[in-house]
Design a protein around this ligand. Structure first.
Ligand code: SF4
Length: 616
């Protein structure tokens, strides 16, 4: 069986040089692919302390070894870089077809280096890669830019691009492909800093598998398993558009910038209400779930708004933070974010922050360009989305993210900035779902819900053991979730498929057939790869000055009781963060300061990192 480690395309925008490399077997054996390749190359190639928006940062776009083939829900792709929002390691995952197309063109990894002198885009085929003038599309929104690229290069083209937010270096700009986004951590900002508007891939379907016959057989098994799974049918019907029904009922739907865990009159924003405006569904390459639910507004002030979404996080981002029950406004805001290239979670978080500062008198009408930021009013929210993308007026301040904006405002504004390591909190209240909260605290990219999603807290998942969601003694479960996610993202398996398409043995066998490396069929081996990835990411962060001090929830979660209205969990706080970190670090084999210890690094085959950690 031939070995298939995948190829890498290196694009240097400063020199205009393009080259290809075969990924060495040693990297494949230790890191498998996807997120593993991302951190492996980033750690090796990025000098500590570089400016995330400078020429020396690198943007890595990765699919996984299973992308572009018959196996289901494994054609997602991701971006890894150093985040301009947090300064830490960044990974952001996206769907649609781009990952498959990248594979058809022959690549598992694109590394973009340097900075172009003027706006450019990269056009890639199986035989060629050109850096071309993007003057015509610079300034255009993501829909217009993608349509232009399709006209230039044909309908068999798939694109990852930025919108005006990325061009304007909004710190949480997204990369958009179709109508899906690599939203978190400001990956679109890094692209904008390089004057890179888009990467467009034109390619025909091509198989790249070490053992295509074995792979096909395994993929058919996976299709059968999925088709007969009840969880799959439910996800196909609803996507995540009804998750707020669950989170409101249990009091973990963050409201008014994380003061409450339940929205007033939340019956107005249920899945059924969104269902009434649904006009279609969309999905990713080779996934029958098509879980992206399309919504269209037909009446009222938002008539004509149309988006593939909002999904749960975005439903929350444009309702909960300002306590609006207007679902039409959430659809309009989602459309704007996709067009302008903004991360919806950070955008909603920054807007909720501004509303609270306005209530507290820390922002006045003269600071907000005349906008009255009063809870429940959704019109100013829509205006703010546009202002942020254009960095106009108050939008320029909010475009920096809550951590930097609070530091600029001063006067105690930091107390209302809801972030971990600079990344705005997502749609699960940490005081009511503490394993989820502690995942935010310790995730290598900051407060991210899917870096180690605590399904035990939210849905009562029984593996590796059930949790009491108010307990702070679940460090082992947090680690299980985080390492398991790293393991799956070598694939790159969609996080949603965890409930219905995830069969670890089958996944390992698929990887073995795709790569031609037998030991990938061994789950213990792959688990260890997940641990290795997580530790190397942590080492990357330590090199950048992240230790125990930055592993913390916002002050509000540690000092103010949660109010849940009619839901359980009233009065909950996070009271034992220090004890949690002691336990978590000890289980991980890290020092008291949260630095991976030499023995742990050696055990993981990361001998070369030991010295880097020594001076920290
Ligand atoms: S479950 Fe949804 S997000 Fe995941 S791969 Fe399928 S369509 Fe894409």
């Amino acid at each position: 069986m031939a070995l298939n480690t995948g190829s890498l395309l290196r694009v240097d925008l400063s020199s205009g040089k393009v080259s290809t490399e075969t990924i060495p077997e040693s990297i494949t054996a230790d890191f498998v692919g996807g997120r593993g390749y991302g951190i492996s190359y980033l750690y090796q190639e990025l000098a500590p302390g570089i400016d995330p928006l400078g020429e020396k940062n690198k943007l890595m776009m990765l699919n996984g070894p299973l992308a572009g083939n018959m196996a289901q829900a494994v054609s997602r792709w991701m971006v890894c870089t150093r985040s301009p929002l947090t300064g830490a390691f960044a990974r952001s995952v996206c769907g649609a077809d781009f990952g498959a197309w990248l594979k058809f063109a022959g690549y598992e990894l694109i590394i973009v280096e340097g900075k172009a002198e003027k706006p450019v885009y990269v056009h890639l085929t199986a035989d060629d890669c050109q850096i071309l003038d993007a003057g015509e599309i610079w300034g255009k929104d993501t829909k217009e830019a993608q349509a232009w690229l399709n006209r230039q290069h044909g309908s068999n083209t798939r694109t990852a691009c930025i919108g005006p937010a990325g061009e304007n270096l909004v710190k949480y700009a997204a990369i958009v492909s179709g109508r899906r986004t690599a939203g978190r951590c400001g990956t679109g900002t890094v692209m904008g800093s390089k004057n890179l508007k888009a990467i467009a891939v034109t390619a025909e379907r091509k198989i790249q598998l070490a053992d295509a016959e074995a792979y096909d057989k395994l993929a058919r098994e996976q299709v059968d398993i999925i088709r007969n799974n009840g969880g799959f049918q439910n996800h196909k019907e609803w996507g995540t558009t009804a998750t707020q029904d669950i989170t409101n009922a249990i009091g973990v739907y963050p409201v008014q910038n994380f003061r409450y865990g339940q929205q007033t009159d939340y019956e107005k924003i249920t899945g059924e209400e969104y269902r009434k405006l649904r006009t279609g569904d969309m999905g990713c390459y080779s996934c029958p779930a098509r879980c992206g639910k399309v919504h269209t507004v037909t009446s009222g002030i938002y008539a004509g708004a149309h988006s593939e979404g909002p999904e749960y996080e975005t439903i929350w981002a444009f309702t909960g933070p300002i306590e609006s029950n207007n679902i039409e406004a959430s659809i309009a805001a989602d459309q704007l974010c996709d067009d302008l290239g903004l991360d919806t979670i950070s955008t909603g978080g920054c807007i909720g922050f501004a509303y609270e500062l306005y209530e507290k008198g820390l922002l006045k009408k003269s600071d907000t360009d005349g906008l009255e930021l009063i809870y429940g009013r959704h019109e100013p929210m829509i205006t703010l989305v546009k202002k942020i993308a254009r960095r106009e007026g108050i939008g320029d301040l909010l475009a920096e993210g809550t951590m930097r904006a609070a530091a600029t405002i001063g006067k105690g504004a930091e107390a209302y900035a809801m972030h971990v390591k600079g990344l705005e909190l997502p749609a699960y209240e940490p005081r009511g779902a503490k394993s989820q909260g502690y995942n935010y605290v310790t995730a290598n990219i900051g407060a991210n819900h899917c870096y180690g999603y605590a399904a035990q807290d939210i849905f009562g998942a029984p593996e590796p053991r059930p949790t009491d969601r108010f307990s702070e003694e679940n460090a082992d479960v947090v680690i299980y979730n985080q390492d398991g996610t790293a393991f799956k993202e070598t694939g790159i398996v969609c996080g949603f498929a965890g409930g219905w398409g995830w069969v670890p043995d089958l996944f390992g066998k698929l990887l073995a057939a795709a790569r031609g490396i037998e030991r990938f069929a061994d789950n213990d081996y792959l688990n260890q790869v997940g641990v290795r990835i997580f530790n190397l990411e942590r080492a990357f962060n330590v090199r950048e000055g992240f230790y125990r001090k930055q592993d913390t929830l916002p002050e509000r979660m540690l000092t103010e009781p949660l109010h849940t209205r009619k839901a359980p969990g009233e009065g909950q706080m996070v009271s034992h963060q220090d004890e949690f970190l002691d336990k978590y670090y000890s289980l991980r084999g890290w020092t008291k300061e949260g630095i991976p210890a030499p023995e742990k690094l050696r055990e993981l085959g990361l001998e070369s990192v030991v010295e880097d950690m020594a001076g920290n």
